[in-house]
Design a protein around this ligand. Sequence first.
Ligand code: ATP
Ligand code: MG
Length: 391
Amino acid sequence: MKEIILGKFGEIVLKGLNRSTFEDTLERNVRRRLKTLGKFEYSKAQSTLYIRPVDDDIDVDEVLDRVRKIFGIVKLARAVEVDKADFSAIEQTAVEYLKDKLMAVKTFKVASKRSDKSYPMGSPEICAQLGGYICEKFPHLTVDLHEPDLIVNIEIREAAYIHAGAEDGAGGIPVGTSGRAMLLLSGGIDSPVAGYMMAKRGVIVSAVHFESPPYTSERARMKVEKLAEIMTGYCGAINFHCVNFSAIQEAIRDHMPEEFFTIIMRRLMMEIAQRICESDGISCLITGESLGQVASQTMAAMVCTDNACRMPVFRPLIGMDKSEIVAISRNIGTFETSIEPYEDCCTVFTPKHPKTKPVLQDVLDAQSGFDFEDMIQQAVAEHKRYTIYKN
Ligand code: ATP
Ligand code: MG
């Protein structure tokens, strides 16, 4: 029996005139994510994307795993499609399709939705008739309208769709409907979550990572690439930029006051990230900062960091506790990789007593004591760029 996948659109149904752009972007994203699994047919109607596997050997579990991560879909269900004109076919198909599930429970109910208002049977009649048929075929079952073990759903649309319940999708709006931004991606817990959250709001996420060999290892970079790869399940392909930051960090160590090491390092990261953005036509940055989490994330420190920024900086985790960030990280599958114990360039040359309330003018005065420009240009010119994509 051939299953299809129903993906229900979320917020995009609110988008008025832009709605078709949102829906088309979503369909394109789904096509791209499923392409390697075989051939599918797609159609859209009544705020639902219908995904019909064409090839017989398509792994529907894998399809669901992928669709679950696609932003713009709030609910998804695997279902069978039956000609709605033939109610006895609906009955037989429902019983055949759900027999294992019906065998495994004691109580059930039928829930019916009728978006085709011209359908000759009303919802109560559909439920009563299909419910009666199921009881006949599975005498061990009783109907429980309040707390059933299983709900048999039947939706009357262009055809009849039968399924055992929809699950939550990724929510959000389709990636590609909100512009592009550059995520500063470390190997930590926070920044992959920040990228995920912005992708959820429709942003195409690129990533820039700063490494400082030999202080940071090849393994540390591979860990960050692996994080980016996990993120692609949600974000789609990621343009990944890897910047060698060693010379700049050594210059900071040698020429800047220790108490400002981190803040100046962050200002220079922002500067380099922006230059890469400018040449890529990107106009916003994303970081995984959360207010007060560490010395460089106090409000005063952010004032100093943002002074080096010509672009808006999105900090989607700004008001979140670590435990909340960890919960998302576990949920999206980045946590186990994030906690692998590799060094980050931020942990190289860390000051013993970083200033938690740096004064901007003091930082500017310190930074003006050394000319970083040539090093910045070199780091930008020599940075490596590649695309990370899993499927
Ligand atoms: P994370 O878990 O994201 O590493 P963190 O709490 O360790 O966060 P910091 O090390 O202060 O915080 O970094 C703050 C933010 O700066 C990170 O969320 C990330 O956006 C950016 N960042 C830090 N290190 C790097 C790096 N090596 N390359 C790119 N961005 C970085
Ligand atoms: Mg970090």
